[in-house]
Design a protein around this ligand. Sequence first.
Ligand code: DP6
Length: 338
Amino acid sequence: NTRTVTCEAPVNIAVIKYWGKSNEELIIPLNDSISVTLSTEHLRARTTIRSNSGSREITFSLDGKEEVLTKRFLRAVELCRAEAKRQNTSTAEELAQGLSIVSENNFPTAAGLASSAAGFACLVTALKHYYRITGDVSGIVRQGSGSACRSVFGGFVRWLKGTAPDGSDSIAQQVKPASHWPEMRVLILVVSDHKKETSSTHGMKTTAETSRLLKYRADVLVPQRCAEMTAAITAKNFAEFAEITMRDSNQFHAVCLDTYPPIFYLNSVSQAIIEMVHIYNQYKGTPTVAYSFDAGPNAFLFTLEDNVNEVAGLISATFSEMIDFRGLPLQPIRTEAS
Ligand code: DP6
């Protein structure tokens, strides 16, 4: 009895950042976060699961290379098997069977382009279909990699920190589908495709342990900001959306700097991009482009469809010498519903 399931999952970019956990094992965040899910047309993970008949072994290859199974990876498989058992959607024989899992990203893995987010969302979605599980699996995805749970939904997504000590209500929810704001575009500027120096997991642990600013951010500032961001998205108020996005990215990098010893994710090119965006917005008289940076120097620029060409032109004129677009042309990325 052999089964094959293939799934694709998109990347998501946080506009209110997740940084810091209240529970390391269960991956429960210190604050809610909000993101935009990109189209699978441009950046996506693709995973195929086949039964390894006659064997109990699980094998995993990523971009053609055999990978060692991490604790988080095995946990995702175990949680899906347990859920299938609870829902009674797979036979004991199926649940015991080994799996051959093959994944592939159509963009540089681990270059700070949220590949782990797409990867875990994809793995768990494929397992969900493989074991015929029904219902929301964002709580399982979360335990693979926190930010990944937001990739389960399209459009604008909020990941709730929840209140349950076991993390059962720390799940992702769609705020609005992509069709609510179809003019929204994201430009990705690959400043560096090197593997990041401080992983998010390790970086946020150090920040949570050493930064007092993080506590104020998570307890006081982010709850206000999430309410304002939800209102901006609902009203399709780009100027508001842009200002909150930039302020939150800056604050995330400020808590990285408040970490002891400090963590630097931005480089001089990232800083030049930030300056360029502010000069451009001043020239336009209203926030027209917003930048956001994760745990790396690459920039995500949000703008509306009408401005894409002007912004793309400005970027290539300013940065053609500095930025290596390697395999990732500066293309508008459409957001779409899942
Ligand atoms: C800066 O989700 O990669 O991209 O939960 O430990 O796997 P783990 O961390 P991860 O952290 C992502 C941090 C971020 C901000 C965000 O996406 O919200």
